[in-house]
Design a protein around this ligand. Structure first.
Ligand SMILES: Nc1ncnc2c1ncn2[C@@H]1O[C@H](COP(=O)(O)OP(=O)(O)OP(=O)(O)O)[C@@H](O)[C@H]1O
Ligand SMILES: [Mg+2]
Length: 302
């Protein structure tokens, strides 16, 4: 919340910012009154509580991860008509990675394989269909995990059978992709109207370039990346913040792997500039939002 310090709406109205994790939030919604949020924070010495009606939310935490699912909170905010970045409708569409990937496949069908080099992926709704996969080594991605969780490299058929048996324990879907012999990950991120790209190189030798020490380097923007951002940010009614994750093979070939929303990691040396862009975006969205205009006309009657 510090990043909002000193910022005002229309240069005049103070903002009150509350920051919390989903686990600290509870809420109730009444269709005529909107959403009342309660934040409970456990500190070592005491509990703090606050209740209020939010005008706007900025969502920066994954709604779903391997052990928690906060869809119930998103439903409550949406029921109360709370405006947000990204839009709550789009946040809802990011609850399952294969759903987002399905929309990336649609973009590829529309603009062509050469112009949109999406990695080839297989989808298994449950372990029962995980019998054969055409190539090895493969990467198996189980369920909806972030930060590399639930991702396993499998070198041969027996390993694949083992992973299928683990998938049987979880009751979750899985996807597989060919293992790319990659030199680095590339991220192309959009915050508001600003687009930038950077490379992530892994120093630990792990096939997941996110593990251990990493080097982040800014990259020049090009027309290809811009066209990918243009297409992807149109999805789900428009994405104010998004990041396309690309892998670059040792042969230089690029593979689009996935896309993240406003919950994306903000990394690298441009971090503080990026946070400023996030604040600018939130303020401009709040200034456009109908709640605020209602408030202004109410205030001007006094
Ligand atoms: N098909 C693949 N071939 C080779 N490496 C891969 C493949 N898919 C993913 N990786 C590597 O594993 C890392 C994690 O994969 P992925 O991004 O799919 O998982 P994630 O849970 O979203 O992780 P993060 O939150 O760090 O993005 C990637 O950064 C990439 O380096
Ligand atoms: Mg990722």
């Amino acid at each position: 919340s510090r990043i909002f310090y000193g910022r005002k709406l229309f240069g005049d109205y103070d903002l009150k910012v509350e920051q919390a994790q989903f686990s600290e939030i509870n809420l109730s919604t009444c269709s005529s009154m909107g959403t009342t949020v309660e934040i409970r924070k456990s500190r070592p010495d005491h509990h703090t509580r606050s209740a209020f009606q939010p005008d706007f939310v900025l969502i920066r935490q994954h709604v779903k991860n391997i052990s928690n699912d906060y869809t119930n909170i998103v439903l409550g905010l949406r029921n109360g008509g709370v405006a947000s970045v990204n839009s709550l409708d789009s946040i809802f569409n990011f609850l399952d990675k294969p759903w987002v990937f399905a929309h990336l496949i649609r973009i590829q069908r529309k603009i062509g394989k050469n112009k949109f080099p999406l990695i080839s992926q297989s989808y298994y709704p449950n372990f029962k269909e995980m019998l054969v996969t055409p190539h090895f080594p493969v990467v198996v991605k189980m369920g909806h995990g972030h930060s590399g969780l639930g991702k396993v490299k499998v070198d041969h058929h027996y390993g694949f059978q083992d992973i299928a048996s683990v998938a049987a324990m979880t009751n979750s879907y899985s996807t597989t992709e060919l293992l790319i012999d990659s030199q680095c990950d590339i991220f192309v991120q959009k915050i508001g109207t600003n687009i930038r790209a950077f490379k992530r190189k892994c120093m630990s030798g792990n096939w997941k370039a996110s593990m251990g020490a990493v080097i982040l380097e800014p990259m020049p923007m090009n027309e290809r990346y811009k066209s990918w951002v243009d297409e992807c940010s149109k999805l789900f009614g428009g994405l104010d913040m998004m990041c396309i994750q690309i892998m670059q093979g040792k042969d230089g070939k690029e593979y689009i792997v996935e896309m993240n929303d406003s919950t994306m990691s903000i990394l690298g040396s441009s971090q503080s500039e990026d946070y400023k862009l996030v604040v600018d975006l939130v303020i401009s969205k709040m200034e456009q939002s109908s709640t605020f205009h209602k408030f202004l006309s109410f205030a001007s009657n006094f």
